[in-house]
Ligand binder design. Structure first.
Ligand SMILES: Cc1cc2nc3c(=O)[nH]c(=O)nc-3n(C[C@H](O)[C@H](O)[C@H](O)COP(=O)(O)O)c2cc1C
Length: 171
């Protein structure tokens, strides 16, 4: 029911990994902090603890296939999972940042807290880049949606013809 944007959390280094997450939230302005909640069973959980630094890519409206890819437990692991997407290494952390995203953040892990079967990872921002003209993909009622630019109404996600034309990631 609760509409959110969709992000991909990434770590670089020796064991690069990415995971789709919609629990991303801003926390504090001073210091600049954000958080993401990660399932303790997720590979990303130990990746974040081991790496201590991470990237966040806020996905643009056309990037639903990217969200599906990094949520798919059958995707390849390690560096190979990034073969399906365009990305650049973050200048500060080296974490893969998804090309075409609405915004990129690079963070160092500031604190982590237990939250039931998830952990709450709070990151201190090291770098921010945003794309002011782009729209984001939304996750509402368990479905990927977009806001129609003209009417501001909810529209279905990536039209089939667009997804096919883009090829690459199908999730
Ligand atoms: C839209 C969407 C949002 C998600 N948000 C989260 C999240 O905030 N935290 C989380 O732990 N998993 C989240 N997931 C599930 C993970 O992306 C999925 O379980 C993933 O395969 C776990 O990756 P890993 O175990 O390889 O790290 C989300 C999935 C989708 C489709």
């Amino acid at each position: 029911m609760f509409a959110t944007g969709v992000t991909v959390v990434t770590v670089g280094g020796d064991c690069p990994h990415g995971m789709t997450a919609n629990s991303f939230t801003s926390v504090s302005l001073e210091p600049p902090l954000v958080l993401v909640c990660v399932d303790q069973q997720a590979i990303m959980h130990r990746s974040l603890i081991e790496c201590g630094q991470f990237g966040i890519s806020v996905l643009a409206a056309h990037q639903e296939p990217v969200a599906r890819h990094f949520a798919n437990r059958r995707r390849p692991l390690g560096a190979a999972q990034f073969d399906a997407v365009d990305w650049v290494p973050g200048q500060v952390t080296g974490a893969p940042l998804i090309t075409g995203a609405l915004a990129h953040f690079e963070c160092e892990l500031w604190r982590s807290y237990e939250g039931g079967d998830h952990s709450i990872f709070v990151g201190n921002l090291l770098s921010v880049r945003r794309e002011p003209e782009a729209d984001g993909v939304l996750f509402v009622r368990g479905r990927f949606r977009q806001l129609d630019r003209d009417t501001a109404e909810l529209a279905d996600g990536v039209p089939a013809w667009q997804a096919a034309a883009r090829g690459g990631v199908t999730g």
